[in-house]
Ligand binder design. Structure first.
Ligand code: NAD
Length: 486
């Protein structure tokens, strides 16, 4: 039986309590292995190892040495690509075709990109006048923040975890990672890679477990944790913010979304259909940036809806390794229950189910998995819960609109503010509308097109702070102004 242990101070360790929980694949609900659940003792050991490592060989490395080490980590992930791919696909059920293009390569690239960004970052300097005429020089000097707690979700496990671990280590911090209880495998495997590359013990640590009254809570409450970076649900973000308030620790929160897609009549229809299909259904809709509300200008509404239904009908559910399949299961049976409760609610709230709406028959071998049908609704009122709450499944509601002002108001009528996609060939309109959207990310004629040098994060209840490029520096470093009187 495979066991997923904690990775503390360069060693894999079991929980002293002997507590474990099952890790099952959503493909057919078969058992992958047992995950050790960290108690306070393991979390304390991991945080203390991370704290000590700051003052060990890691803390003495030059920026160039750190950059070289992180490049080695990225290369080693790519050398062990198939192992990471197998592990990620087993945990999540996602198609190999997707994980081999997105999850694993981008997960590795995060180490290189952030090492490069941090190494090339200039610092601020101000020369000032003084009454004696000699002046003074101010120089911004950045130091690592210390021990960073990384709390990660399950939808893009390796990619979203390294998106935080990459910049944290590039800035010279040490980390304790708590991967999602649903997807422990790739984070555990990364411990081996760290050892193989010669990353000193204690720099990268992993503790497994759940949130409340488990590893997540113990980690965020630990007094030697200097800052917490979290990706997950908004309500969990609130709990983490409360924990971080004790001792005034810094937080970076990347939370939920209820993202609009806006399709103007002057769009390239096929581009808009292809992009909206991806934004609603890739990764079985389990992407924080996913479009769950689609607004289409009335004159093209019937045509757009018909094309979307045609494309949804072509999606093929199947095992990750099935090359004909491009649509995986949800991450777990529990999450499927949540998404299905919204499928039922949509009908109760008056939706027309245009396509999907249920559970497919996958045959005896797969029917125990977390399979679900991709779904499109129309006809819901704007105040329906299905329109207002994040579902995090393969579904969207499509509604017609008449004017630009109307659609901007509809798009902004949400407590979330993560992302939006606008489809139009009129670039003046695209920019005008984008400027008025209350979100951290707006794509025009694309979706999820990411340059790692740019900012990433949400407005309103979608989060606090920006990561990506130099933006993470504010979070991952302490900025000290050194003023030298001449
Ligand atoms: P989640 O909030 O349930 O869990 C995320 C992580 O937090 C897990 O590791 C979990 O164990 C841990 N956790 C839960 N309660 C905790 C607590 N009280 N203290 C400390 N840790 C705790 O989220 P999820 O279901 O894993 O992921 C889906 C959510 O993540 C969606 O809402 C999605 O929008 C969001 N998400 C956001 C982004 C983004 O960049 N904005 C990216 C991906 C996912």
């Amino acid at each position: 039986m495979k066991e997923f242990k904690h990775f503390i101070n360069g060693h894999y360790v079991a929980s002293a309590s002997g507590n474990t929980f099952e890790n099952r694949t959503p493909v057919d609900n078969s058992l992958i292995g047992l995950v050790h659940e960290a108690g306070k003792a393991e979390v304390d050991a991991a945080v203390r190892a991370a704290h000590a490592a700051l003052r060990g060989p890691w803390g003495a490395l030059t920026q160039a040495e750190r950059t070289a080490l992180l490049n080695k980590v990225a290369d080693r992930i790519n050398q062990r690509f198939d192992e990471f791919l197998d592990a990620e696909c087993r945990d999540t059920g996602k198609p190999r075709a997707m994980a081999s293009h997105i999850d694993i390569p981008r997960g590795a690239a995060n180490f290189k990109a952030f090492a490069e960004t941090v190494a090339n970052q200039p610092t601020e300097g101000f020369r000032m006048d003084t009454p004696d005429g000699r002046g003074a020089v101010n120089l911004g000097h950045r130091t690592p923040k210390g021990v960073i707690a990384v709390i990660a979700p399950w939808n893009l496990p390796l990619l979203l975890m390294t998106w935080k671990v990459g910049p944290a280590l590039a800035c010279g911090n040490t980390v304790v990672v708590k991967p999602s209880e649903e997807t422990p495998a790739t984070t555990t495997l990364l411990g081996e890679v760290m050892n193989e590359c010669g990353v000193p013990p204690g720099v990268f640590n992993v503790v497994h477990g759940f949130g409340p009254d488990s590893a997540g809570e113990f980690l965020t409450q630990h007094p030697l944790v200097n800052a917490i970076t979290f990706t997950g649900e908004t309500r969990t973000g609130e709990a983490i913010m409360r924990a971080a308030s004790v001792g005034l620790r810094n937080i970076s929160l990347e939370c939920g979304g209820k993202n609009p897609g806006i399709v103007f009549a002057d769009c390239d229809l096929e581009k808009a259909v292809e992009g909206t299909m991806r934004s609603a259904f890739v990764n079985c809709g389990q992407v924080c940036l996913a479009t769950e509300r689609v607004y289409v200008e009335r004159s093209i509404f019937p045509k757009f809806l018909a094309r979307m239904k045609e494309e949804v009908a072509k999606l093929r559910s199947g095992r990750p390794e099935d090359s004909d399949a491009n649509f995986g299961p949800l991450v777990s049976l529990e999450h499927r229950e949540k998404v299905l409760s919204y499928y039922r609610l949509a009908v109760e709230e008056g939706a027309t189910v245009e396509i999907g709406g249920g559970v497919p028959d996958m045959g005896a071998e797969l029917n125990d998995g977390a399979w679900i049908e991709p779904t499109i609704w129309t006809g819901l009122p704007d105040d329906a819960r299905v329109i207002r709450e994040e579902i995090f499944g393969p579904c969207c509601h499509i509604r017609p609109f008449d004017t630009e002002a109307e659609v901007i108001a509809l798009a902004n009528d949400t407590e979330y503010g993560l992302a939006a996609a606008i489809w139009t060939e009129n670039s003046a309109r695209a920019y005008r509308v984008a400027e008025q959207i209350e979100a951290g990310l707006v794509w025009v004629n694309s979706w999820f097109l990411r340059d790692l040098r740019t900012s990433f994060g949400g407005a309103k209840q979608s989060g606090i702070g920006r990561e990506g490029g130099i933006h993470g520096l504010e979070f991952y470093t302490e900025l000290k102004n050194i003023c030298v009187k001449l």
